[in-house]
Structures are given as C-alpha cells and as structure tokens.
Design a protein around this ligand. Structure first.
Ligand code: DOR
Ligand code: ZN
Length: 427
C-alpha cells in the first residue's frame, strides 16, 4: 500500500527541513521525502497550501483505563488522539489500579494491544498504589517496557523516598516525570491564590505549592544524577527555577499545556468547572511568562494533560468538581492560534515542542519524517478555522476549556503506521 502526500509544506526539524515537497509512504514506512516524486501510488493526498509534519507526541495523557472506562478508554482516547493529530502518547499511571507492578502493566499492555488506535507508551507510578510510601520495582518495570515513572496527580512528599526514586531511575535510565505540588501548601484549594480566590470565595492554590516542590525535585535529581521532567508548568517562579537549573547543566526538561498559555485565571471567575484543573490557571503575567519560556526554550514541550471527567463529576459545585480538562483534540489548534498565529513560534519551533522534543525526552523512535521510520504523519490546514463543539468531540468526555471558542488550524489527515487513521469530515 502506497500513499503520496503531494505538494505540502513539509516541516521536519529533525532533518532541518522546511520546504514544499512530496512525501511517499510505502508498507507503513516513510520511503521518500523529495520534490516531484514519481510513483504509481493509488492514494494521493493533495497537500498544497497545507503543512505536513510528523505526528504529534503527547507525553501527558490520562487514558483512564483500567478502572474508569466511563471517562475514557484506551480505544476512545487513542481515537481522540488521532483526531487531534497525536499519533503517539504517554499514558499516565493514575488508573484504578495504578500501573505499579508487572501484573498491572500486563493488564494495560494487553488492552493496548487489543484496542489502541495510536502508539501508546506507558509510564508506571513511582510508588506502589501511588501512596507515596514504597517504591515500585523501577528496574524490572523498565525491562518490561515502561519509558517513565510518575505519581502524576500527586507528588511524593518524602524527600528520602524521592531521592531513592531518582537514584534507582538514574541507574535504570528511566525518566522521572514530576507533578510538583506540596499539598501542605495547596490543600483544599480550587483556584489560583490571590484576587481570584478571594473574589470567588474559594480556597487558593499558591504558586509556592508548585515552585517549592520544583526546587526540591531539582536538588534531589541533581544529587542522584537522574533525568527530571517537570509536568504542567503554570507560573513564572517555576520557569525561573527551571531556567537556572538548565544554566547549571542539570538534566532537566519541562512541559506546559495549552490552557496555561491560552487562558488565565480570568476564565474561571464565572465558576466554569471546565476551567478547573491542577495546577490552576494563574495570572496574566504567568501566562505571558509561559509564552516567553516557550520562545526561549526553557519550556521544551507542549503536552495536553488530557484529563477526561464525566458530566457528573464536572457539572456540580465548583469546589466539588474534579480537577482536569480534556485536550487531545484541541492542543494543536490552540497552539497554532496562540503561538504560531501571533508569530511567537514558527512552524519548526512548534513541531519541536509537540513532536520532536517529547520523542527525544522519552527516548522513543518518533517525531521525525526520516525515511525508514514508521509513517506517523499529519496534514494540517494552518489557516482554516473551527469552532470547538461539544458534539464533535471523539473523546468520551467533553470537559474542554475551549468549548465554543474559535480556533485556527485543522488536522485534515492523520496517518498512523502508514494508514489514514483520521480524516476531517467538514468540507
Ligand atoms: O487537573 C489535573 N487532573 N491535574 C492532575 O495532575 C491530574 C489530572 C487528572 O488525573 O484528572
Ligand atoms: Zn499532574
């Protein structure tokens, strides 16, 4: 089976490529990237005035299976991924049960083999049951194929335990992804601490709760010689600490999610629970700092932190509603709208943040259009607009902070493993 993607602007930062040309796919692999490819391919995608880039690699996705199949499943989540241009993702381990043992990893691996529609990589938890008390067997889980560990949703409070986690992860060459939050400082908060929390009459989540924990994790990771990745950075102070660590040559990378640069705490003032996530939306100044950090390369990755929840868990009083928003199907358009359209990032820079860098950080063979690699490719209309509609989501959950917003950028085709796995329906 051959597919020719013809005449698109092909952007592949791994190969320093940004030019109008063709891409030929043969037997599931990229076979050629060149001008005017002659082929007998039956399937031809006209990509003129469109952008052709490696499929996105989203390193922060909650697929919820096993345990909360009412929110999302491996199948529904990977179909949502394809609709958003994501061909590879890292599944977070805060499932029920958490992915903390060979047995639980086997169960998830089996579900993925049977039902996943995109490439799914697995993160195991750092501690058994995500209880922050006892480490998982990092070395043996690594042998079984995990690419990272994280207690995402929580941070490991014990310095001693976390230090030992970094040492063991360092020895096994496993990435440690940290959800940085000191719950003694953030406990019972619902929104950013400050004007918004006071005005809304809600308890606030301080920035200290985030950056103090980042500071600790940087120190522990450095001493242990481990690779540290900071999840969902939301504020200026965190960025300053990460920039400083990078300057010192510490092995640290960082990620943010589109809601932290597209929105700020003003969006939450009407008690819209689709604006409730952890960490919370911060100030306008924090939002600007996040954008600048993306530009400056202090933040390496844009990931969705896709966190699906049911209507029963969201359509209730603000304080009782779950933390988290969906993101797989909007992350690319939100990033194009906020970053490329405003000339903050160019296309190669965006592709680095959403595909090449996360693949490098996870050490997976993705994020490029190099001939010989699996054909995971998306064709994007950069200028086409869409209004985000609840009915159009593929995900089982609809808790998006971008509902009813107009966004620029449409994923026209998603090709995964050499097959057309998604095509935008509206003509
Ligand atoms: O808002 C969030 N939702 N933040 C997290 O860290 C976890 C996530 C979830 O699992 O719902
Ligand atoms: Zn988290």
């Amino acid at each position: 089976m051959k597919i020719l993607i013809k005449g698109g602007r092909v952007v592949d930062p791994a190969n320093n490529l940004d030019k109008v040309c063709d891409v030929l796919i043969e037997n599931g692999k990229i076979s050629k990237v060149a001008l005017n490819i002659k082929t007998d391919a039956k399937e031809i995608i006209d990509a003129s005035s469109k952008i052709v880039v490696p499929g996105l690699v989203d390193m922060h996705v909650h697929l919820r299976e096993p345990g909360r199949e009412d929110k999302e499943t491996v199948k529904s989540g990977t179909l949502a991924a394809l609709a958003g241009g994501v061909t590879s993702l890292l599944a977070m381990p805060n499932t029920q049960p958490p992915i903390d043992s060979k047995e639980h990893l086997d169960v998830l691996g089996d579900i993925i083999n049977k039902t996943a529609r995109a490439n799914v990589f697995i993160a195991a938890s750092i501690t058994k049951g995500r209880l922050g008390e006892e480490l998982v067997d990092i070395a043996s889980l690594k042998k079984q194929g995990i690419v990272a560990i994280t207690d995402d949703g929580d941070s490991v409070d014990s310095d001693i335990l976390m230090s030992s986690a970094f040492s063991k992860a360092g020895e096994s060459n496993v990435l440690v992804i940290c959800h940085c939050e000191d719950k003694l400082l953030s406990m019972n908060g619902a929104v950013n601490l400050g004007f918004t929390s006071t005005r809304m009459g809600l308890r606030g989540i301080s920035k200290e709760s985030e950056y103090k924990r980042i500071e600790r994790d940087i120190t522990l990771a450095k001493d242990a010689g481990a690779c540290l990745h900071i999840a969902h950075v939301s504020c200026k102070e965190s960025i300053e600490l990460i920039a400083d660590a990078k300057k010192k040559g510490i092995a640290i990378t960082a990620e943010t999610a589109p809601h932290y640069f597209a929105l700020d705490e003003a969006a939450v003032i009407d008690y819209d629970t689709n604006m409730k996530m952890n960490p919370p939306l911060r100030t306008t100044q924090d939002r600007e700092s996040i954008k600048q950090a993306l530009k400056d390369g202090i933040i390496d990755v844009i990931a969705s932190d896709h966190a699906p929840h049911t209507e029963n868990e969201k359509d209730i009083e603000f304080e009782r509603a779950e933390f988290g928003v969906t993101g797989l199907e909007t992350e690319l358009s939100a990033s194009i709208t906020e970053l490329v359209n405003t000339n903050l990032l160019n296309w190669p820079e965006l592709v680095k943040k959403m595909s090449f860098n996360p693949a490098q950080i996870l050490g997976i063979d993705k994020g490029t259009l190099t001939p010989g690699r699996a054909a995971d490719i998306i064709v994007v209309s950069g200028d086409r607009e869409r209004i985000v509609k609840k009915e159009e989501f593929v995900s089982k959950s609809k808790n998006s902070p971008f509902l009813n917003r107009k966004l620029k950028g449409v994923v026209e085709y998603t090709i995964c493993g050499g097959k057309i796995a998604y095509k935008y329906k509206k003509e």
